[in-house]
Ligand binder design. Structure first.
Ligand code: TYD
Ligand code: MG
Length: 472
């Protein structure tokens, strides 16, 4: 009987080789060969995919509005990110750095489902999973009894057990330890990861069972293994945070069954991941009094306002190129703001080392962080804090002009709710309207220079006294 064999296929030109080579002999691309299973099924049959034979087109208007049934995990913050729960027959990838809490979250979700779950783990022994379940307090709960643990890395076996057991959910922890029998490559190699993902997708779609894959993320933030894996799955959920800090942010980078706007906020405690009751303030560091270099920004993660503290430290540089270090913030943005501050706002940082980060291990990519970051840098250089209970938000252009951000009113309302009293925001452009929030003094500025003046030169008095005339 002919056993399916493997070939090394160039990802650039498609040429197949029997052995791995560093360079493709056909197109000359380096490091482009990936071990791939050669199937004996004809191409056309494969191309049709798991949908089955005789798929006929249906008029869009005739497709029933079947509400996608959802499997709620009973973890509100996770269901929120998934768009209401797991969809049967979907394939979800949960990514995050090692030790961030992927296995913890999935074990909690599996127990919360209250339905039969197959938990396949190639990373840990069944006993280790049991110890974790004990720590999480999931052993006594009747729901815990519904979880079957399979310590296995062979995808063929996992699929086989899944077919007989027919659980509501299959968890594969992790895709980097999963192997496909027909391939010789080591677990975690591009070929193995991709083939394993394809098989699990076929299983999920074919059986209508939800499958969740765990994927480790490399230091540069991409899910280890090929990018193609992200195209194959229905949703990519990532867990972010600093391993040694308690807060975790869960967000969907891709979701075929919901929006990618929602974030979930958790705290890692002794008994697992706990939902944070007031996420908006979760990432705020509490200071007894205002500190130079610290600016609070009302950011928005999807539809959820989150207040975060931007911290900056500038110090005279020694010899050589001054350092520009950012964590949780785009380093290119930091470099650009240093340049704009120097050229447009009279804050010269050319001979200073510059460090910037977000408190709580959060990563924020939105441009609205520009103004708070620039103000934090200026505040650190001048060694003057901003006024107590103040926030700032806005995008900074190359000319030093400020641009508004979306959802300004939501952000300011949230800041007011959390006890902030002053907000520095971009002056609305032509046609734009000013935004107000009860209990918040909103100061509108048009340029970065104005913003620096307003924030650092004359402090608004702590309790509601008049600001300098130029701001009125
Ligand atoms: P884990 O879920 O194993 O991470 P991952 O699967 O992403 O690699 O969790 C890792 C860390 O979480 C581990 O260092 C210990 C910590 N932890 C807690 O703080 N509390 C708990 O209840 C559990 C189970 C883990
Ligand atoms: Mg794990």
């Amino acid at each position: 009987m002919a056993r399916p064999t493997s070939r090394f296929v160039c990802q650039g030109c498609g040429e197949a080789f029997l052995r791995w080579e560093g360079q493709c002999r056909n197109c000359g691309a380096w490091n482009s060969l990936v071990e791939t299973v050669v199937r004996d099924t004809p191409r056309t049959a494969r191309a049709r995919g798991p949908v089955g034979d005789g798929t006929a087109p249906i008029a869009l208007s005739d497709i029933g509005e079947s509400d996608l049934p959802r499997l709620a995990t009973a973890i509100g913050e996770l269901d929120r990110v998934l768009g209401g729960g797991l969809v049967p027959g979907s394939l979800v990838l949960v990514g995050g750095e090692p030790g961030i809490g992927k296995s913890t979250l999935l074990l909690q979700a599996a127990a919360g489902l209250g339905r039969p779950v197959l938990y396949a783990t190639g990373e840990e022994s069944a006993a280790q999973v049991r110890i974790r379940a004990g720590r999480l307090g999931l052993l006594d709960a009747p729901a815990g009894a519904a979880i079957e643990v399979l310590a296995e890395h062979d995808i063929g076996r996992i699929v086989e057990v899944g077919r007989t057991m027919r659980p509501a959910l299959v968890v594969v922890d992790s895709i980097q330890t999963a192997t496909v029998d027909e391939l010789d490559g080591a677990a975690g190699s591009v070929g193995q990861v991709r083939e394993a993902t394809v098989r699990l997708m076929e299983f999920a779609k074919g059986e209508g069972i939800a499958v969740v894959l765990v994927g480790h993320v490399t230091k540069d933030g991409s899910i280890a293994g090929p990018k193609t894996m992200e195209h194959l799955v229905d949703a990519v959920v990532s867990i972010e945070g600093e391993r040694y800090a308690a807060l975790r942010l869960v967000r969907a980078a891709k979701n075929r069954f919901g929006s990618t706007d929602e974030v979930g906020v958790f705290e890692m405690a002794g008994s697992g991941l706990l939902e944070v009751s007031d996420p908006a303030r979760a990432f705020l560091a509490e200071h007894p009094e205002p500190a130079p270099g610290s600016v609070v920004a009302p950011t928005m993660e999807g539809s959820r306002p989150l207040l975060v503290e931007v911290q900056a430290l500038v110090a005279p540089a020694g010899y050589g190129t001054p350092a520009r270090k950012a964590s949780g913030i785009d380093p290119n943005r930091l470099g650009l703001l240093v340049a704009v501050l120097g050229r447009r706002a009279g804050i010269g940082l050319g001979s200073h080392d510059v460090y910037a980060n977000l408190a709580g291990g959060l990563t924020v990519g939105e441009p609205g962080l520009d103004l708070p970051l620039a103000l934090a840098l200026a505040s650190s250089l001048r060694d003057r804090p901003l006024a107590a209970r103040s926030v700032a938000i806005g995008e900074v252009g190359l000319l030093g002009e400020l641009r508004s951000v979306t959802g300004l009113e939501r952000r300011l309302r949230e800041a007011a709710r959390l006890g902030f009293e002053v907000a520095l925001v971009p002056r609305p452009g032509r046609g734009g309207a000013s935004v107000e929030a009860p209990g918040l003094r909103v100061i509108e500025v048009a340029t970065l220079r104005e913003a620096v003046e307003a924030a650092l030169t004359e402090h608004p008095r702590p309790h509601g006294e008049a600001l300098p005339a130029m701001l009125g």
